[in-house]
Design a protein around this ligand. Sequence first.
Ligand SMILES: CC(C)(COP(=O)(O)OP(=O)(O)OC[C@H]1O[C@@H](n2cnc3c(N)ncnc32)[C@H](O)[C@@H]1OP(=O)(O)O)[C@@H](O)C(=O)NCCC(=O)NCCS
Length: 163
Amino acid sequence: MLKLVKYSEKHIKYLIEYLNNKNITEWLFVIPEPYTEEEANKWLQYCKDNEDKNENYLFAIEDDGEFTGGIGLHKKMEHCFDVGYWIAEKQWGKGYATEALKILTELAFGKFKIDRIQAFVFDGNIASGKVLEKCGYEYEGYLKKSHKKGEVFYNSKLYAKIN
Ligand SMILES: CC(C)(COP(=O)(O)OP(=O)(O)OC[C@H]1O[C@@H](n2cnc3c(N)ncnc32)[C@H](O)[C@@H]1OP(=O)(O)O)[C@@H](O)C(=O)NCCC(=O)NCCS
């Protein structure tokens, strides 16, 4: 059974294994490259620091206790949060991202009282667009140069779901 759980020390070695992967990081805005043990420890600390703040809701995704990826909500405005997620490449195509996003969306609109969740999907990320559509997110538009990593600009598709 798939569950969203708090990150803990047991996830560190898998974070390092799974996130040193361009096929994942090229689609994400904030993952450091290379992803070292120091980065993993910093991430854990960041998650702990955020536990009671209601600004970032950050979860490890586990299936029957096996770590398969990460998902989180990041505060943009009082009512509006960005969602981000990734799944270990060896586990792609099994529905994990869709299931995790459904669970988090329900939590967001219920327990966390969020009114709008949005996702920026870099041009070409077909799988992520499908995940969002399967979870009832609507395509709202195409944003040119919405993000910049280093010297490279990214265009993105904006998806959102409203409570
Ligand atoms: C995007 C990502 C999270 C999807 O995870 P996942 O667990 O494989 O997703 P799911 O299995 O729930 O759904 C993926 C859907 O995309 C489809 N898909 C995947 N690649 C595709 C492609 N190239 N063309 C068309 N459809 C594709 C799958 O068939 C599936 O749809 P289906 O259920 O209708 O068959 C995963 O690929 C990933 O971690 N990517 C890198 C990080 C990332 O992109 N994060 C999101 C940033 S916005």
